[in-house]
Design a protein around this ligand. Structure first.
Ligand SMILES: O=P(O)(O)OC[C@H]1O[C@H](OP(=O)(O)OP(=O)(O)O)[C@H](O)[C@@H]1O
Ligand SMILES: O=c1cc[nH]c(=O)[nH]1
Ligand SMILES: [Mg+2]
Length: 207
């Protein structure tokens, strides 16, 4: 599986804002928005483009656009904060939704919502979730996409753990990972260390 870590000074500064426990909800959301732009920029680097004719004030020339805009799939709640910056960068993209919350004791994802197109065979999919911890939530989301015949899936995360990366690899699914960091590992509560805490709570408050 391809794992691409967006290693850039501006991304590192935004990640630092998100990690800092002193950042309030608004500061955290703002840093997530700006960092997501960088992650999506990187995710789209290899996207196919199609050319078309345009006219500048001076001459006729070739323009470019994405041949197949991706479906954006935020994993609720924490992925919600990544939708606006991703769809601003790729305005032609459509959005599907998956809702999931980890059980505090088992750390298994408990799905509560699914709103996706039936056929994804011709559609690249970007799954948006800031955190890849055990990988359970991401693998479950990708299971749903593969069941709809998706073959071109990108997991766009902010913080990944080595355990989450391994889980994605073991899933055997057609997925690549774009992330701002791969951290040290998980603690006894399956939180990423050093991580940034609970990405849903830090955007929206406790549930
Ligand atoms: O890799 P995993 O071990 O599955 O953990 C990662 C998941 O945990 C968080 O969501 P959470 O369950 O806290 O829900 P929330 O977004 O509503 O806070 C996060 O946004 C991921 O979806
Ligand atoms: O560190 C973690 C692990 C799971 N979910 C989060 O939001 N943070
Ligand atoms: Mg949470």
């Amino acid at each position: 599986m391809e794992t691409r870590v967006v290693d850039h000074p501006l991304a590192a500064a935004l990640l630092t804002k998100m990690r800092d426990e002193r950042s309030d909800n608004a500061t955290f959301r703002s840093a997530l928005r700006r960092l997501t732009e960088m992650l999506i920029y990187e995710a789209a680097r290899d996207a196919q483009i199609e050319e078309f004719d345009i006219t500048t004030p001076v001459a006729v020339t070739k323009g470019a656009r994405l041949a197949q805009p991706p479906l954006l799939v935020p994993v609720l709640r924490a992925g919600l904060g990544m939708v606006e910056p991703a769809s601003a960068l790729i305005p032609q993209s459509q959005v599907g939704f998956v809702g999931m919350a980890r059980d505090e004791h088992t750390h298994q994802p408990v799905p509560y919502m699914e709103s996706l197109p039936a056929d994804l065979s011709a559609t690249p999919v970007y799954v948006l979730d800031p955190m890849l911890a055990t990988g359970g939530s991401m693998v479950h989301t990708i299971d749903l996409l593969v069941a709809r015949d998706a073959t071109d899936i990108t997991a766009v995360c902010v913080v990944a753990s080595p355990e989450g990366v391994s889980a994605l690899e073991r899933s055997g699914h057609p997925v690549r990972l774009i992330t701002a960091t791969v951290d040290e590992g998980l603690n006894e509560n399956a939180f990423i260390v050093p991580g940034l805490g609970d990405a849903g709570d830090r955007q929206f408050g406790p549930r």
